[in-house]
Design a protein around this ligand. Structure first.
Ligand SMILES: Nc1ncnc2c1ncn2[C@@H]1O[C@H](COP(=O)(O)OP(=O)(O)OP(=O)(O)O)[C@@H](O)[C@H]1O
Ligand SMILES: [Mg+2]
Length: 266
């Protein structure tokens, strides 16, 4: 087991206002080498969950535990952001090797690692380009190459394909799955797309509107390697509708019981 969240509660202090509860009594486990997808309504707290796992935010209550090889110093996590978050004044290779530079890895070694991952992502010819000279799909390839170069134990992905066109998205989904099948890193992948979650994940966690609670954890039954052909499987349609019903039900319930979203009971 690599990550466990126990009764994690998170609220943000809004200046002059009541605390804003974002995650409510959140408990789940992420198994080693698992590909876990999270879907939930906009603003429910998905990115907040990810920033806590990435160590950028602290839970207000509850515990996040990591167990594994490097547990004493906490696992190495890396976040791939939806808007790429590349450094505009650094070339592609310097963006990708940035994490290793911070860790003090010698120049020739970090360049070699960065080039290896640029090659894996199919953009080795663009190492001297700057982010503004790339298309959205290429920028996200750089974002993923940068994350992989850091060799994280847990790869945290926040709607990484949300900003690319449908075709590029399918290609990137395929490439990410192929990489994951090879390296089997633990991946936590946030998406708005139910189809994407069912295509990529071993499991899908469905969240309620803010403050996010787990509505259901679903084990995805399709064997790997998978392709978009799984969409023809009747179980796919059934699961897609089921998740959609859960999301819709959660949003409707929040509308009827608005106080449920502002209960600061912790
Ligand atoms: N640093 C912060 N300070 C105050 N409030 C915050 C902060 N970060 C997030 N929030 C609030 O927490 C709630 C959840 O935000 P979060 O970004 O986690 O949602 P999300 O599920 O990722 O949404 P989306 O699907 O739109 O990306 C929002 O109401 C947001 O305004
Ligand atoms: Mg978000």
């Amino acid at each position: 087991m690599i990550v466990s969240l126990e009764n994690v509660f998170k609220s943000f202090q809004v200046p002059g206002g009541a605390p804003l509860p974002v995650l409510d009594n959140f408990s789940c486990e992420i198994a080693e080498r698992e590909f876990l997808c999270i879907v939930g309504p906009s603003g429910c707290g998905k990115s907040t969950l990810l920033t806590m796992l990435g160590g950028l935010e602290k839970p207000t209550g509850g515990v996040i535990r990591f167990s594994g090889e490097r547990s004493s110093s906490g696992p190495l996590t890396t976040i791939v952001w939806q808007d790429y978050a590349l450094i505009p004044w650094r070339s592609v290779i310097d963006n990708v090797s940035f994490g290793l530079e911070i860790m003090g890895v010698p120049k020739h070694q970090r360049k070699a690692e960065a080039m290896r991952h640029l090659k894996l992502m199919g953009i080795e010819g663009f190492d001297q380009h700057y982010p503004h000279q790339l298309s959205g799909g290429m920028r996200q390839r750089v974002g993923i190459a940068r994350a992989l170069t850091n060799n994280p134990e847990i790869l945290l992905m926040d709607e990484p394909f949300g900003a690319v066109d449908a075709q590029t998205r399918m290609v990137l989904q395929d490439e990410l799955t192929a990489l994951w099948m090879r390296d089997r890193k633990t991946v936590l992948f946030i998406t708005h797309s139910i189809e994407e979650a069912l295509l990529l994940g071993d499991r899908v966690i469905v969240l309620s509107p803010r403050p996010a609670r787990i509505l259901e954890e679903i084990t995805v039954p399709f064997p790997r390697p998978r392709s978009v052909d799984i969409e023809r499987d009747p179980r796919f349609t059934e699961l897609r509708l089921h998740i959609w019903d859960l999301l819709k039900g959660g949003v409707e319930k929040a509308r009827i019981e608005p106080e449920a979203t502002s209960a600061g009971t912790h």
